[in-house]
Design a protein around this ligand. Structure first.
Ligand code: FAD
Length: 324
């Protein structure tokens, strides 16, 4: 049966995150020929609304209240609830990002709806929507079927293919007035960490360093390799704890969960907590001087050797073929 599905567009530093487009593709599948309505909140909503339509949303609802300029779960959940009550969608899809993880349980509780979080695949069979999601830190997968009520889910970035951008698509963009009251948190200032290059959680290629990198300086060849490949640098908690890099780079159970096309693990032993964050990468390459290191058990390609000898060779080789 055709459904109306609402999709939350997530904006970061003035740009829509790719997972918003992946969420539109997921919503299209669930809508089964019904309507996909995009939702954008905050000051960039109007300028970005058309992009969501070009990626497949049929129409957009935007709200630009001044309390929505910076994300707070308090203000955003009030705005989202008002749009849901007005639109009455049969589905609601968000990215499984920091914001998605924060806002979705709050909205689900208010709606008294079930929530499926961190879905990596969706199947629609007649009227039944089923979601696949990793459990036990990625060691197993479970399939959840929604048989009743709202189809409410967060999707893991980089798992569901977004649709091709079609610049000829157009649709209605409706601005709604939302009432925001009794805020318990007000953001006065946002101080961003200075980061450059590709966003780690959406990167297609990640070069990740562990305690084997040995120092802050030791991360330089990894950075060079990542830049050459158009990728991002990640790290194990071992490297972060040793202060070789910032915790914002940590991948794993208590860090970021990533699904790149290529993950190059350098000097990382492959502890279960690290694997939980990267085991779904499409191709895993491990560089480690210990042939018994656990990371080799999940790697597609293993290089037993000193990373400080192997990485410069890879850089030299990639420069000579200049594929990227
Ligand atoms: P190590 O285990 O010390 O491994 C270093 C590796 O480098 C070794 O295999 C060694 O052979 C290799 N090496 C050394 N020198 C070289 C060289 N020159 N060339 C090539 N290889 C070399 N960890 C995470 O990563 N992410 C998490 O989110 C996370 N969450 C956790 C949550 C909890 C509750 C707990 C208890 C732990 C968590 N950990 C997490 C920590 C995890 O258990 C490991 O301690 C950590 O992943 C180890 O990091 P590492 O592989 O860099 O270091």
């Amino acid at each position: 049966m055709a459904k109306k599905v609402l999709v939350f567009g997530e904006v970061r530093q003035g740009e829509l995150r790719n997972v918003s487009f992946e969420a539109i593709a997921a919503a299209k599948q669930i809508a089964s020929g019904g309507e996909v309505v995009g939702l954008l909140l905050g000051k960039e909503a109007e300028s970005l609304a058309n992009t969501m339509i070009q990626y497949g949303a049929d129409r957009m609802v935007i709200a630009e209240h001044h309390d929505l300029e910076s994300y707070t779960s308090d203000a955003y959940s009030q705005a989202i609830m008002q749009v849901i009550l007005q639109e009455k969608p049969e589905g609601f899809i968000l990215g499984h990002t920091s914001i998605g993880k924060d806002i979705s349980p709050r909205v689900a509780a208010k709606l008294r709806a079930g929530l499926i979080s961190d879905a990596i695949n969706i199947e629609v069979n007649v009227d039944q929507v089923s979601f696949t999601r990793p459990i036990y830190a990625g060691k197993a997968f479970e399939k959840k079927v929604i048989t009743d009520g709202m189809v409410f889910a967060t999707i893991r970035p980089n798992n569901i293919q977004s649709l091709e951008k079609d610049e000829s698509r157009f649709g209605e963009i409706a601005s709604v007035n939302v009432e925001i009251k009794d805020l318990r948190t007000i953001v006065k200032d946002v101080v961003r960490k200075a980061t450059s290059g590709v966003d780690l959680s959406e990167a297609k290629i990640i070069v990740s360093g562990g305690r084997g990198v040995k120092s802050k300086e030791g991360f330089k060849p990894l950075q060079e390799l990542a830049e050459l490949l158009g990728g991002a640098v990640g790290a194990s908690r071992g490297a972060c704890d040793a202060d070789y890099c910032d915790y914002s780079l940590q991948i794993g159970q208590t860090g970021k969960v990533v699904t790149p096309d290529l993950y190059i693990a350098c000097g990382i032993s492959g502890a279960i907590q690290h694997i939980a964050g990267m085991s779904n990468a499409k191709v895993i390459v491990a560089i480690n001087k210990d042939p018994e290191a656990n990371i080799f058990s999940i790697a597609d390609y293993g290089i037993v050797g000193d990373l400080f000898e192997v990485i410069p060779l890879l850089i030299e080789e990639f420069k000579s073929v200049a594929v990227y």
